[in-house]
Write a protein that binds this ligand. Sequence first.
Ligand code: SF4
Ligand code: SF4
Length: 349
Amino acid sequence: MRRAALFLEEEADDIIRCGLCPRRCAIPSGSLGACGVRGNKNGKGIVPLYGHITALALDPIEKKPLFHFRPGSMILSAGFAGCNLRCPFCQNWHISQPASGGGDVPGKHMLPGDLISAALHEDSSMIAYTYSEPLVHAEFLLDCMTLARHHGIANVLVTNGCANAEPAREILSLTDAANIDLKCFSADTYAKILGGVVSNGNDISVFETVLDFIRLACSMDVHVEVTTLVVPDLNDTVEELDSCVDFIASIDKKIPWHLSAYHPDYHWNAPPTDPAFIKEIKNRAAKKLAFVYAGNIAGDGNNTFCPHCEAVLIRRRGYQTDISGLAAPADGEKFFRCARCGGETPVKW
Ligand code: SF4
Ligand code: SF4
C-alpha cells in the first residue's frame, strides 16, 4: 500500500511543487492545487482525497466508450473528485469541480482492496477509473492498478490525458485500455476555454501534453480509443476536426475515434450539436481512419465491420451489443477473429 504522496516536491518557504500535470502548481501550506486533490500540509505534500470514491457503478464497457476492448462486457466503474481542467460543458461538474459549486463532494472511503473486492463481487474482470479525472489521483491508481493486475483484473482509464511524462508512464505501464479525450486541436482553446492555463511561466502546453499522452499510451501497447465531444462554438469546424483526424491517423489509422454530440450542461449554453454535422464529420474521417463512431445521436451507424470480408463483427443498438460476428481468439492470441472469414480483427480480448 503506497499511500504516501507522489510527484509533490518540497521547495523553499514551505511551498510544495506538484509535478503531476503541466500546471505544476506551487502549493502554499494549508492549500490544495488547482485540481482540488493534491495539497500541502505544513510543508509536506498530501493527497487528502486518497480513496474518496464519489461514484461506483457497473456499466457496459461501450459506455466508457470502448468499442474494441472486451465488447459486450460489464465493467465496474469508479469515480473520483476533482479535475485539472475546467471544461465549461463538463457533464460531471458536480464531482469534477468541487471548488465551483459542488462543495465537498459526497462519497465513501474505499481502499484499493475494497475496490478489488467490489469488482470480484460483481464478477467484473475490469475496473474503470472514470467520471471525473482519475490521473490526479495517481497514488490511488498506482496502488489499485497494481493490486488489480495481481487479481487478473484489467485496468481501464477514462481520461483527459493531461499528465506529465513521468507519472503518465508509471500509470500507463499498469493500464490495459484507455479512452483518451482529444477535446479540440488548439493550444489556445485548451489554455483559455478548458482551463488548462499554465500560470507559472512554464511554457509546456496542456494541448501538447495531451498529444504526448496519446502517443505514449499507444507506444506502450495500451489499447487506446480517442473521444472528441463536438461542441458548438468550441471545436465544431471541419478544419479543426480534420486536424484531429490527421493527428490520430499519424499514430495509427486503426485507433477508434468516437465523435460525440454535446448537450448543454454546466456553463455552456450553445444548442446541441447538429446530428447531420456529426455524420458529415464521420464520413470525412472514415476516409483516413478505419473506425469512426458517432455517439449521442440516433441511428444505427456504430457497427464494427471485418476489415477483411466486411461482415458485421459487432452489432450495436444503444448499449446493446451483439458480438456473434466475432470468434474467440486462439490460445496465445490477443485479438478476436472474424466468425465468417477467420481473419484477425482489431477487437481485443
Ligand atoms: S492541478 Fe496538476 S499540478 Fe496542480 S496539484 Fe493538481 S495535478 Fe498537481
Ligand atoms: S476534463 Fe472531463 S472531468 Fe475534467 S472538467 Fe473536462 S469534462 Fe469535466
